[in-house]
Design a protein around this ligand. Structure first.
Ligand code: ADP
Ligand code: MG
Length: 349
């Protein structure tokens, strides 16, 4: 193979499309019975006998959704799969297969794509999904990634965004705001690095939030927990854009309002301390931050005893009549309208 002049890297233009696809996908062998045919033919063949199929897709663009200055390609491959699996779990379904499509410019050597696919393969292994296809093409500038995820569920298990009823409890998994703060920390270090490339950042104190940004996990475990507890959420959505905007989606589609209690929003200690350092309001960060990939769902009041005390789940509020509107009840008991428009416009409210 031809080596890239400067860096001992393998130039993609010398590989040929088919050789490249074969090379990148060689370790992506099917693990599931439902994958009849995976990569290699014109289409994959799946058999999800008897169950409903759910499908979700995402497109990620370099410079818009990710920055390769601090995002290692292996993490990017992992995260690209994770964000799609999160959408499947948000339907209360189980993810089974994904397709991964990439477009790259010739600035990317083979080794870069190998790293990316190592991350894809790791996510596929950990989450037990098969990579069953994709597409590979060139781009004039930068990298584009599209992942499509498929999953299955019994029809009666599926959770939509439109099922929330007044008096239902509003529940979130995990904790919020970490991914956004991790991004803030990485961005700050990137600026420091620009001025002084010798400077090695000490990210240890921020490891939790940096990991939340670079290597998020999807809450497959919550789907299992809910099944074990025999709780079927009345509505569910994943928190990709920040709690506030996801609550508003859920309320709008269900035709309801809600009260969200500021003092109940789950925050990791690192989130609180980093907010102090950056002079950010931790509630604002949780409401508007995004990329946490936790699940937000509503349950009937009578299911409360089943989830009570579960360390993965926090009741953060309750659903109200639509006419009441959607509000944040602040620590000092003020009733503030929730808005989806992020930081500044919310601060003015
Ligand atoms: P076609 O010409 O029909 O688009 P390709 O030659 O692009 O077929 O793809 C051949 C096989 O490799 C197909 O199974 C396709 O789904 C798979 N494939 C192509 N690119 C990727 C990729 N980036 N990741 C995973 N599978 C891929
Ligand atoms: Mg193709």
């Amino acid at each position: 193979m031809i080596e890239n002049k400067d860096q001992n890297k393998t130039d993609l233009t010398q590989m040929g499309e088919f050789g490249l696809i074969e090379h990148l996908t060689q370790f992506l062998k099917p693990q599931l019975e439902s994958t009849i045919v995976g990569i290699g033919d014109d289409a994959a063949v799946l058999d999800h006998s008897g169950q409903k199929t759910v499908v979700s897709t995402d497109l990620l663009v370099e410079g818009v959704h990710f920055d390769l200055a601090y995002m290692p390609l292996k993490h990017l491959g992992y995260k690209s799969v994770i964000v799609n699996l999160s959408d499947i779990y948000a339907m209360n379904a189980r993810a089974t297969q994904v397709t991964v499509s990439i477009a790259v410019s010739n600035r990317f050597p083979l080794e870069a794509l190998e790293e990316f696919y190592a991350g894809v393969a790791m996510a596929a292994k950990i989450y037990k999904v098969d990579v069953v296809g994709g597409d590979t093409t060139s781009s004039t500038k930068g990298m584009l990634i599209s992942v499509t995820a498929l999953g299955v569920a019994q029809e009666e298990k599926l959770c939509y965004r439109n099922g929330a009823k007044p008096n239902d409890l509003l529940v979130v998994s995990g904790d919020l705001g970490g991914a956004y703060l991790g991004y803030q920390v990485l961005n700050r270090e990137k600026e420091v690095f620009k001025v002084n490339p010798q400077n090695q950042p000490d990210l240890d104190p921020y490891s939790y939030i940096v990991e939340r940004q670079l290597k998020p996990e999807a809450r497959k475990d919550i789907v299992d927990i809910l099944e074990k507890l025999e709780v079927k959420p009345t509505a569910m959505i994943d928190i990709s854009d920040g709690l506030s905007s996801e609550i508003l989606h859920l309320c709008k589609q269900s035709g309801v309002g809600c009260n969200l209690f500021e003092d109940k929003i789950p925050l990791d200690p690192t989130v609180i301390s980093t907010c102090e350092e950056f002079k950010l309001d931790s509630t604002m960060v949780a409401l508007s931050g995004g990329e946490d990939y936790e699940l937000l769902f509503t349950i009937a009041q009578e299911d409360y005893p089943k989830i009570k005390g579960n360390p993965n789940l926090t009741v953060v509020g309750h659903i109200a009549e639509q006419a009441e509107g959607a509000h944040l009840i602040s620590r000092n008991n003020a009733k503030i309208p929730l808005t989806a428009q992020g930081w500044n416009s919310f601060a003015k409210a």
